[in-house]
Ligand binder design. Structure first.
Ligand code: GDP
Length: 283
């Protein structure tokens, strides 16, 4: 579920995140592992300033393993604490907590030197819609706490939930808007389900997906749809081939292009064809 982000929503979301940031020692940013660059809102860097950051590359089950490793290395080189995981797995806190401990070690050492007694590490989850924030929070809490809806400004009594042995987590995530730097970013966000289908024209999204797969994994693409096409074919011929193979007809023998578009997006979005990462770590 996502909302249309108007400037008022953005200002409100930013204010809410800024308020909550004051309460925490470490930020746990959730990204979609398939689009670690496009699912990051750079404003977060501005408002968190030097707060330590754990970066969760979520939905790793649907991302390309090699690319995930490259992204992990990149985030480490930036002084962040990355971890790749599937937010639905109930062991995730065992992966997240040790990183939060390392990320905050210096802060707590400084506090101890000043004679301030040890307390739990305080953390909050932040990310754009649909990256898996509620899944992670609910999983850590072992119950349904986070409201699965993406409405900034709906205030709710916040609570700290125990997360591991030494950490406490705010039960409401910080929600940021998906930032479109350019058309390609919009297509990637749509292809992975981060933004509503009405925002970017779906034919552009499907064509982007097809071109990506034909450039990166043509054999798998052809096998999956039981077709034989290549990147040099006209896009309409590729749509025809998929439509024929999948029986997506509009009546008579006409191909139903809308159905082909929806099918391709569904298959890529849900990882049916394979596991792909659309943002390159070294780009
Ligand atoms: P939020 O808007 O950031 O709170 O996102 P949600 O937690 O509501 O998750 C969005 C969708 O992604 C849901 O359908 C989840 O089941 C799914 N999801 C979350 N984490 C993962 C994951 O690691 N792998 C896969 N395949 N799906 C996930």
């Amino acid at each position: 579920m996502s909302i249309n982000w108007f400037p008022g929503h953005m200002a409100k979301a930013r204010r809410e995140v800024e308020e909550n940031l004051k309460k925490v020692d470490v930020v746990i940013e959730i990204l979609d592992a398939r689009i670690p660059h496009s699912s990051h809102n750079p404003m977060l860097d501005e408002i968190t300033q030097h707060k330590p950051r754990v970066v969760v590359l979520n939905k790793v089950d649907m991302a390309d393993k090699k690319e995930t490793d490259a992204w992990m290395a990149k985030f480490r080189s930036e002084g962040k604490y990355p971890v790749a995981l599937d937010g639905r797995n109930n062991q995730i806190i065992k992966k997240i907590e040790p990183l939060a401990i390392r990320a905050t070690a210096e802060i707590f050492e400084r506090m101890e030197k000043k004679g301030i007694g040890r307390r739990a590490i305080r953390a909050m989850i932040i990310g754009i819609p649909n990256v898996g924030k509620s899944t992670v929070i609910n999983n850590v809490a072992k119950k349904k706490v986070a409201k699965t809806g993406n409405t900034p400004g709906v205030t709710k009594q916040q609570q700290w939930i125990k997360a591991g042995e030494q950490m406490e987590l705010l039960d409401t995530p910080g929600i940021l808007w998906p930032k479109f730097e350019d058309e390609i970013t919009g297509r990637k966000l749509s292809l992975t389900g981060a933004i509503k289908d009405a925002v970017v024209p779906l034919d552009e999204v499907a064509i982007y997906g097809i071109e990506f797969l034909l450039a990166h994994d043509p054999d798998r693409f052809n096998t999956f749809y039981n077709i034989n096409v290549s990147a040099s074919d006209e896009i309409v011929d590729i749509f025809d081939a998929i439509g024929k193979s999948r029986g997506l007809k509009a009546g008579g023998n006409e191909i139903n292009y809308e159905a082909v578009t929806n099918r391709v997006i569904y298959d890529i979005r849900n990882g049916k064809i394979g596991s792909y990462t659309f943002d390159e770590a070294d780009a």
